[in-house]
Each structure stands twice: as structure tokens, then as C-alpha cells.
Design a protein around this ligand. Structure first.
Ligand SMILES: Nc1nc2c(ncn2[C@@H]2O[C@H](COP(=O)(O)OP(=O)(O)OP(=O)(O)O)[C@@H](O)[C@H]2O)c(=O)[nH]1
Ligand SMILES: [Mg+2]
Length: 400
């Protein structure tokens, strides 16, 4: 068989065409591949953007997410895991001989394999409690409360078998329990009930405000008057701080802002006499509440504390209100102790709680005075007075 010339040419042409088509197809496939890769990259980019938007949305929806939340002392402390005994316990054990029995025991226990066999000694407890103690002290928690926490933790932790990862929750629960026992709140309803009761006897309800200089007595007394007006009760102020320069003018300013009459004498006058006149005025005009200011004084000044005693004896307040500045920490605790012992009070207002982020002073004042906290001052406007809420406070202190 001899190939004809035409056939040979035809075959060559065919081969060339096939090569060309093959090359074209290859090129097309490469192009498609490249396009596919590009599309994939695009999809990946879109997905990443979508994830980022979702994360942002979550954060906006839930500002309390861990990354954004404001941490209390407890949460902050647990940021430093290595300070805690179980972190120490989780370190690899020194020798294989020691390691083996633990592993064997853990295997045998199955679901209880989380139990850590090593018990916490007294010395180890003391070492880790020091960290907690410092955090509590920094947060103005009184020594008495710290001791209470220490005793409770000791009985739960020393020489006890504790599940791995359990120490943190034991501490958390203990703090919560102690804080819940220590904090006392009073229902604003009790105040309202008293006013209603007095009203039915045609008697005004009397509030006497006391505390150290500059803690926020006059401001928070005015806020409370605004709160009472909001409940429909009429008020009169007694300018019984006849001592500090410009105190009467300060109170008159609040009076004119709130539409409340101020009963006043001159500077240097007897504080009790001013209160007496204001009460008489309320009786005559059927005013529901008398709010009696007093001059700030150091709890260490015996003469001034006696004078306050006299003011209280004359005014016979339904509610003696101790005002403390949350910012002053352990000093507020001493003030609560002294004012409580020497004059006595029914409940407290903790002012400037908007500035104090720790909350320990509030806890301590409540514990030391054994009297409830009724309100928190949370700013300088009349609306900035909040009925105290114990559970919210516990959450704030623990930083949850
Ligand atoms: N941020 C903040 N400031 C407050 C609060 N309560 C009072 N203040 C401010 O604390 C300062 C002192 O408040 P006063 O009400 O005059 O205190 P006081 O106890 O009557 O003072 P003296 O009469 O001088 O003893 C003022 O500048 C108030 O505006 C509060 O709850 N939050
Ligand atoms: Mg004042």
C-alpha cells in the first residue's frame, strides 16, 4: 500500500488541525482554571467579610461579650490563671513513678477522671489567698468581710479533693454567698408606706441627713426630694447646716430648682431650732416630707457629734440617713461605724457610685453598719438617684 500524495497531505493537515484544537482546548482549560481560582478567592473574601460583619453585629447586639465587657476585680484576677493552685497542680508531675498511679486512677474512674487527687495544703492555700486578699483590699472590701471569705474558703478547699477546674467556681460561689449575706437593701416601698402612715395621722415624715464634709448630703437630699415629688409628695427643706459658708444659698438654689420652700435661720444659728421650725411649717401647711440638711463633720470630732445628737433628739426623724462617698473606700467604713455608734441611722445613701467602679465600700458600709443601703447617688443631676439593687451590685463587684 502506497499512500497517495493527496492522502498524505490530508493526514498532515488533519494532524495539524488536531494539534491546533488540542492547544486551543488546553489554553481554554488553563483559562477556566485561572478563572475558577479567582472565583474561589472571591468567595473566600466574601465569606471573611460576612464573618467579620456577623462578629461586629454580635458585639453590637450584646455589648457584654467577654472582649468588650468591663471587668470587676474578680474577673480580672482570674485573668492571671497561673496564680491559682489548680494551675500549679496542672503542671506535669515530677517523675514517671509519681505520674503513673495518677493516670491509672484517672482511667479507672472514667467519668470522674477530672478529679484531681492532690489536696491543697494550708501553706498552698495561704499563698493563693494572698492574691485574692490583695484584690479584695484594692476594691475597698473591709477586713472583716475578707476574714469571713477566708474562713469559708478554708473549710471548702484545704485538704479536700477538688475536681480539676472547680477551685475557680468554689471561690466565685463563696464570694457571691458572702456578698449576698453582707449586703442589705431596703425597699423604697417601706419609705412610701411610712409616709402614707404619717399622712393618715396628719404628720409629716422627717428625714435627717448626716455624714462627713463633702460626701454629697445636700445634693442627694435634693435628689431624694425630687424622687418624693415624683411620687406625689410635697416637701420642705430645713437649712440646718448653719455652719459652712454658702450652705444656705446652695440649698436655696436646689429649693428654687425643685419648687421647694427652704426654712432657714442665719449662719451660726442652732441647727435643731431650724429643723423644729421646718417641722412646724410642714404641720401647718400639710406638707408631706421635711428634709433636714446638716453640716458635714468629721466623725472624730466629739463636740460636733454631740451637736448632731441634739439635732436628732429635737427633730425625731422617721429616717436618719447616713450619706457616704463610695470613692473614699475604707474611710467610708470607719465613718459608718462612728456615725452608727454615736448617732445612729436607719439607712444609707452611697453617693458618687457613678465614679466608683469597685463597689467594695458599698459592701463594707452595709456590713459594718448592719443597716440597709437605700439609694445610690449616680451623678449630679436630680434624676441621678437609684434605689439600691443588691443583685446588680453583686454582679458589678464580681465583674460578671
Ligand atoms: N458624680 C457624683 N457627684 C456627686 C454625687 N453626689 C454629690 N456629688 C457632688 O459632690 C459634691 C459635694 O456635694 P454636696 O452635696 O455639697 O456634699 P455635702 O455632703 O452636702 O457637703 P458639705 O455640706 O460641705 O458637708 C458636689 O460637687 C456634688 O455635685 C453623685 O452621686 N455623683
Ligand atoms: Mg451640704
Amino acid at each position: 500500500y502506497i499512500e497517495s500524495r493527496e492522502d498524505a497531505v490530508a493526514r498532515e493537515v488533519q494532524a495539524e488541525v488536531i494539534d491546533e484544537v488540542e492547544a486551543e482546548l488546553k489554553e481554554e482549560i488553563e483559562k477556566d482554571k485561572a478563572e475558577l481560582a479567582e472565583e474561589e478567592a472571591e468567595i473566600k473574601k466574601d465569606k471573611k467579610e460576612a464573618d467579620e460583619s456577623r462578629e461586629l453585629l454580635e458585639k453590637i447586639k450584646d455589648p457584654e461579650k467577654p472582649k468588650l465587657k468591663k471587668k470587676g476585680f474578680f474577673a480580672k484576677m482570674f485573668g492571671k490563671k497561673e496564680k491559682f493552685p489548680e494551675a500549679e497542680k496542672e503542671k506535669p508531675v515530677e517523675s514517671d513513678a509519681e505520674k503513673a498511679p495518677i493516670e491509672a486512677k484517672e482511667k479507672k474512674k472514667g467519668v470522674l477522671s477530672g478529679i484531681f487527687e492532690k489536696k491543697l495544703s494550708d501553706a498552698e492555700f495561704e499563698k493563693f489567698f494572698r492574691t485574692l486578699e490583695i484584690s479584695l483590699l484594692e476594691s475597698n472590701v473591709a477586713y472583716e468581710i475578707i476574714d469571713m471569705i477566708k474562713e469559708r474558703l478554708k473549710s471548702q478547699l484545704i485538704n479536700k479533693q477538688i475536681r480539676r477546674g472547680k477551685v475557680e467556681s468554689i471561690i466565685n460561689e463563696t464570694l457571691e454567698t458572702v456578698f449576698r449575706e453582707v449586703l442589705m437593701e431596703t425597699e423604697p416601698d417601706k419609705i412610701i408606706k411610712k409616709i402614707e402612715n404619717n399622712k393618715s395621722n396628719e404628720e409629716p415624715t422627717k428625714f435627717l441627713f448626716l455624714g462627713v464634709n463633702g460626701v454629697g448630703k445636700t445634693t442627694n437630699m435634693s435628689k431624694l426630694a425630687g424622687w418624693l415629688q415624683g411620687k406625689g409628695y410635697s416637701c420642705v427643706f430645713a437649712a440646718s447646716d448653719t455652719f459652712r459658708a454658702a450652705s444656705i444659698e446652695q440649698l436655696e438654689k436646689h429649693g428654687s430648682n425643685l419648687g421647694i420652700r427652704v426654712v432657714k435661720h442665719t449662719y451660726g444659728a442652732d441647727a435643731a431650732a431650724v429643723a423644729f421650725d421646718a417641722i412646724e411649717h410642714a404641720r401647718a401647711k400639710k406638707i408631706n416630707c421635711v428634709l433636714i440638711d446638716s453640716a458635714g463633720r468629721q466623725h472624730t470630732n466629739a463636740n460636733l457629734m454631740d451637736e448632731l445628737h441634739k439635732l436628732k433628739r429635737v427633730a425625731k426623724p422617721d429616717f436618719t440617713v447616713f450619706v457616704a462617698d463610695s470613692m473614699t473606700g475604707n474611710d467610708a467604713v470607719e465613718q459608718a461605724r462612728e456615725f452608727g455608734d454615736k448617732v445612729g441611722f436607719d439607712w444609707s445613701i452611697l453617693a458618687k457610685a457613678d465614679v466608683d467602679q469597685k463597689g467594695g465600700a458599698i459592701l463594707s458600709v452595709s456590713y459594718i453598719s448592719k443597716k440597709p443601703i437605700a439609694f445610690l447617688g449616680v451623678g449630679q443631676e436630680y434624676k441621678d438617684l437609684e434605689p439600691f439593687n443588691k443583685e446588680n451590685m453583686i454582679r458589678k463587684i464580681l465583674g460578671d
